[in-house]
Write a protein that binds this ligand. Structure first.
Ligand code: PLP
Length: 430
């Protein structure tokens, strides 16, 4: 499909940023927009943004407002796992658009019940609660663990139940989830933090000796730390963690917001570690870019939530769960997941070839299509140089280039990516 540059600039104009012109306005409104933006940007300054305005996406590609085409290996941060505007999801959402968008959770929602049923079928879980984002799913997991502590374990009173999380983890930006996050830079200036979290070093077997304490009710962990630098959990460490949780009736909660929905090469990453968690959170890839989050749990845990104890106005609405249903329907197919694994293996193999050629790549980490290049000093530069080659990738911390191809990526697109990396790295090191 060819991109129409004129349509793109029409689209930007139609955004009516100055509130005066709107669709069909003439060139003079562009100046007004520029002036307004220079005065005070109406969008809060919470993101360091790349100097790019993306206006269209299809499959593995996006286009900017100048009509330039980019190979997108960011997937909207592990969200557009089926590529951009995937046909089957689009169809399902379009059908739902004609029927009912929203009705609140005071009524039964068929799509929501179907999606919950499908998630239960494909995972360890017995029940699902829907929300709108990753942070909200983790917030729900934290509430669930606390309710379980007070109702089942009798941990109540002034000292809260304690949830153990890990250094360099990332669990979200709400007060409870940033308190759960093991990174000071995320917490700076937002104190007092929510009580009841204790942080242990990640992948440290000896440190697990301190895991179990009187108030400990749950452990929350990523099986591949995403924002923390694409660091997979060691198998032995996870095995010991699982054992300790079992022996001491501690809930094992996995944050699969980034690793889930096929990203790691299996539908969920825990499958590769040979255990079943008690609780899991999912978001990013679940709706292919339509906002949706989910909290999954075994019934022995989820039963502590009764009507009135937790909720969300938008959570699991007909439109979002339509996107979730169509997305899960594709990603859960064994043949699809097999292809993801094969493409992931090919990518890793190609990256190893690059590493042999360019010593600034000190390590290749990750699982499936969640891959990091550890290259201290050079990571930000490579992201920038690749953009010049019309290839988009991300950072995961200052030292790691994060590569998140759509799970539907073709061999040709992987080759294009590696060729772009070669060119960029050659320029950087010459
Ligand atoms: C992105 C992410 C979150 C937060 O999700 P939001 O939708 O941004 O709230 C939480 N945990 C992990 C592991 C993530 O990658």
């Amino acid at each position: 499909m060819l991109f129409n540059h004129d349509k793109a600039s029409d689209f930007v104009k139609s955004l009516d940023l100055d509130g005066k012109g709107g669709a069909g306005s003439t060139g003079s409104s562009d100046t007004a927009v520029a002036e307004a933006v220079e005065a005070v940007n109406p969008v809060m300054n919470t993101y360091g943004r790349f100097p790019l305005t993306l206006v269209k996406g299809s499959g593995s590609y996006v286009w900017d407002d100048q009509g330039n085409k980019y190979l997108d290996f960011t997937s909207g941060i592990a969200t557009c796992n089926l590529g951009h505007t995937p046909e089957k999801v689009k169809q399902k959402v379009k059908e739902q658009l004609d029927e009912l968008w929203h009705c609140s959770n005071l009524y039964h929602i068929p799509n929501q019940e179907q999606l919950a049923g499908a998630l239960v079928q494909y995972t360890f879980a017995d029940q699902v609660f829907f929300c709108n984002s990753g942070a909200e799913a983790n917030e729900g997991a934290i509430k669930l663990a606390r309710k379980y502590a007070s109702e089942v374990k009798g941990i109540a009173g002034d000292e809260p139940a304690e949830i153990v999380t890990f250094a360099q983890s990332f669990h979200g930006r709400t007060m409870a989830t940033l308190s759960a996050t093991g990174q000071e830079k995320i917490q700076q200036g937002f104190g007092p933090l929510v009580k009841g979290f204790r942080y242990l070093p990640y992948n440290d077997v000896a440190a697990l000796d301190d895991l179990v304490q009187e108030q400990t009710v749950a452990v929350l962990l990523e099986l591949v730390q995403g924002e923390g630098g694409i660091v997979p959990a060691d198998v032995q460490w996870v095995q010991k963690l699982v054992e300790l949780c079992k022996q001491n009736d501690i809930l094992l909660m996995v944050d699969e917001i980034q690793t889930g929905m096929g990203r790691s090469g299996t539908l969920f990453a825990y499958e590769q570690y040979g255990f079943e968690p008690d609780v899991m959170t999912v978001a990013k890839g679940l709706g292919s870019g339509i906002p949706i989050g989910a909290l999954l749990a075994k019934e022995k845990v989820s039963r502590v939530l009764q009507p009135g104890t937790h909720g969300s106005t938008f959570g699991g609405n007909p439109l979002a769960t339509a996107a979730g249903l169509a997305t899960l329907d594709i990603i859960s197919q064994p043949d699809f997941l097999k292809q993801v694994q094969e493409a992931g293996d090919l990518l890793q193999q190609q990256l190893k070839g690059l590493q042999a050629e360019f010593s600034c790549i000190q390590a290749i980490r990750g699982k499936g299509m969640l891959v990091g290049l550890y290259m201290p000093e050079h990571a930000a530069k490579l992201v920038e140089k690749l953009r010049d080659e019309h290839i988009l990738v991300l950072l995961a911390g200052p030292q790691v280039v994060r590569i998140l191809p759509p799970l539907t990526v073709s061999e040709e697109e992987l080759n294009q990516f590696i060729a772009g990396c070669k060119k960029a790295l050659s320029q950087m090191t010459s």
